[in-house]
Ligand binder design. Sequence first.
Ligand code: GTR
Length: 330
Amino acid sequence: MTHLKSLAALLASAAFATVALAPAALACERTLRSSDTHPEGYPTVEAVQYMGKLLEERTGGALCIEVFHSAQLGEEKDTIEQTQFGVIDMNRVSLGPFNNMIPETQVPSLPYIFRSVEHMHHVMDGPIGDEILAAFADHDLIGLAFYDAGARSFYNSQHPIQAMSDLKGMKFRVMQSDLFVDMVDALGANATPMPYGEVYSSIQTGVIDGAENNWPSYDSSGHFEVARHYTLDQHLIVPEVLVISKKTWDGLSDEDRQAVRAAAKDSVPHMRELWAAREAESEAKMREAGVEIVTGIDKTPFIEAMVPVYEKYVTSDKLKDMVTRIQATE
Ligand code: GTR
């Protein structure tokens, strides 16, 4: 009995402590749980938190967002499934892990499809971007917005990559997407798809030689500590996407849905500013950390090697048309 009493007292004080620590959360009628693999302070995490603030203000506290950063809810592929089931409300992920499921997402994931980040913005901010967002609806998800992820380049623990031939026989981790496996194979290297969270130890123990990513991820993941050679080949400019579960969406009023869509769109310019600043900051940090950076390589052989990859993936009329329209976009 005494034991039960003290347990009740303990629970009561724990509940009190939670209330005292989180008064803001109490103001919200409904808090949407959003997943992100990146740590607190990373631009994607901050952008969704910013969206949450807009949503809370605009709905008078009816809707809020809590970002579960640092892969607290799991690795991207698993959290995508949970978002489809409605266990997780929202998810900020790369388009890469959607490639095998949603063919439209393969188009902006094609190597060297975008000439620059500006070109990517022009495409994704227009009708093609809307078509890709709409394609999520057949997979129990609603696509809300695209975020920046800069350009991805190869890094490894072995030696500097000055030319495509230096990649020969090396083992690189890629996101869980067949397209990226074929991309690496076409460059003469071997691809190992694996979750982001396993990359650091896999490089450290020599299971793989390296991986590929943008400056902020190379920095925040600590991969630069174990893979000291970074070559700016910039093979991918693949955007991030913000999605909400169709189950969650179906339970919202029309008004709330509009508020969610608008807040997501309105977080994009803010995200782009955060991204640009973070990209420059991470690059400077990597240089300071003594990473060996190879710049100015001839990308032509890399681009030419992608022809069979395009032939394998751009097969339907719909995707062919998208690629043609992207190439025609300024
Ligand atoms: C990052 C991206 C993450 C994740 C990661 C990866 O650039 O922001 O969402 O996809 O790359 O390589 O798995």
